[in-house]
Structure formats: structure tokens, C-alpha cells
Design a binder for this molecule. Structure first.
Ligand SMILES: [Cu+2]
Length: 214
């Protein structure tokens, strides 16, 4: 239980986690049904004794075509729900919620690091400091080659492409630290293209953020 609660850190994760659970349950059920039906038929139509050596299927005999149709329709409905849920999850992933506090930060990827530029114009490299309980929207681009910004602990990732802006968002409820890393092979320093994400309590964050103006 402790593992489960500490594992879910952001809304996008909750969403993906429930989707994975759905796929797992439905996939296992479909698998059990299909394999079960196959085993049932294997046993039902197995060879029995010498007389069955000349066994031929009578043209009028149906070998469970109704059962196959049932399985097909169940599978199709499960896939339809999965498709719908996946597109909903993607839509949520790409569209940050409009409720509650939010902050949009520009991210400029470069060989080999990350520049974070805040709404007030302040920018720093290597550490992204954000407030907890806030929708953090990252607008990501690159100054040179293609990179990809990922925060593995939060299950979010977006490509950093020169001349193009990609967006990702997250909302971490509790103050904590995470690792940001590059997921697109971008040169000799790719493996070291790491930044720190520091989530501070709101009051602490704004104390730091407001001090930047002065
Ligand atoms: Cu890279």
C-alpha cells in the first residue's frame, strides 16, 4: 500500500495507472477466455480410441462458431473501450487542467543541459524549482538538436525540437525531488543531460520566486 501511494505522484500518473490496470484486467480476462475456449475444444474434439482414426467432420456440424462470435464481440467491445480510454488519457495528457493555480515555464534544451525560464524572465540551468499543488506547464523547445525531456518518476515526457514547442504538465501534491533527463540521443554528453526537479511548498517557493524580482 505504501509503495502504491508513494508511486502515484501526479494526475497523469493516476490516469496512466488506471489505464494500465484496465488493459491488464481486460487482457487477462480475454486471454483466459480464449485459452479456456481453446482447451475446451481440444478436450471435446480429441481423438478417442481406434474408431476415431477415421474421424471426419460432418458438414452440418458446427464447431462452436457461436462461441467464437461471442468471443470476437467481447474482444471488440473491450478494444473499443480501451481505444476510447486511451484517447481520453492522451487528451488529458496534452491539455492541462484550467482549474487551480498554474505556472508556465519555458524549457530550452541544449547540448548538454536544460534552461528553465520563468514567467518573470528569470532563468536558470540544471535545476527546475516549482511550487507543490500547482499545475506546472512546461513549454519545451531546443536551441540546437533534438532532445527529449522526461521525468521518469512522474511518467511524463515530451520531445524538444528546434523551432517547435511541445507541452507537458504535471501537478505534484507534496514537496519532493525528482530527476529530469534527456531521452533522445543528442551527442557525446547525452547521458549527462540531467536536471533536478525540486518541488517546494507553495509559500517557500514564492518566497524564493518573489526575491528574484528585487
Ligand atoms: Cu539528449
Amino acid at each position: 500500500m505504501l509503495v502504491l501511494t508513494s508511486y502515484l505522484l501526479a494526475p497523469s500518473q493516476v490516469m496512466f495507472d488506471s489505464l494500465v490496470t484496465y488493459f491488464l484486467i481486460m487482457g487477462s480476462a480475454a486471454g483466459a477466455l480464449v485459452i479456456g475456449y481453446m482447451v475446451y475444444n481440444v478436450i471435446k474434439y480429441r481423438e478417442r480410441g481406434e474408431s476415431s482414426n477415421n474421424f471426419t467432420l460432418k458438414p452440418t456440424e458446427h464447431r462452436g462458431s457461436r462461441g467464437a462470435l461471442l468471443i470476437l464481440s467481447i474482444t471488440m467491445s473491450v478494444l473499443a473501450v480501451a481505444l476510447f480510454a486511451s484517447f481520453q488519457a492522451l487528451s488529458l495528457y496534452y491539455h492541462p487542467p484550467h482549474t487551480g493555480p498554474s505556472m508556465t515555464i519555458k524549457v530550452y534544451a541544449f547540448q548538454f543541459g536544460w534552461n528553465f525560464t520563468y514567467p518573470n524572465g528569470y532563468s536558470q540551468v540544471g535545476t527546475l524549482i516549482v511550487p507543490a499543488n500547482t499545475t506546472i506547464i512546461l513549454n519545451i523547445t531546443s536551441k540546437d538538436v533534438m532532445h527529449s525531456l522526461g521525468i521518469p518518476a512522474l511518467d511524463v515526457k515530451a520531445d524538444a525540437i528546434p523551432g517547435f514547442w511541445n507541452t507537458l504538465w504535471f501537478d505534484v501534491p507534496t514537496p519532493s525531488n525528482f530527476t529530469i533527463q534527456c531521452y533522445e540521443l543528442c551527442g557525446a554528453g547525452h547521458a549527462y543531460m540531467i536536471a533536478k526537479l525540486v518541488v517546494l511548498p507553495q509559500a517557500e517557493f514564492y518566497q524564493w520566486y518573489d526575491s528574484l524580482k528585487g
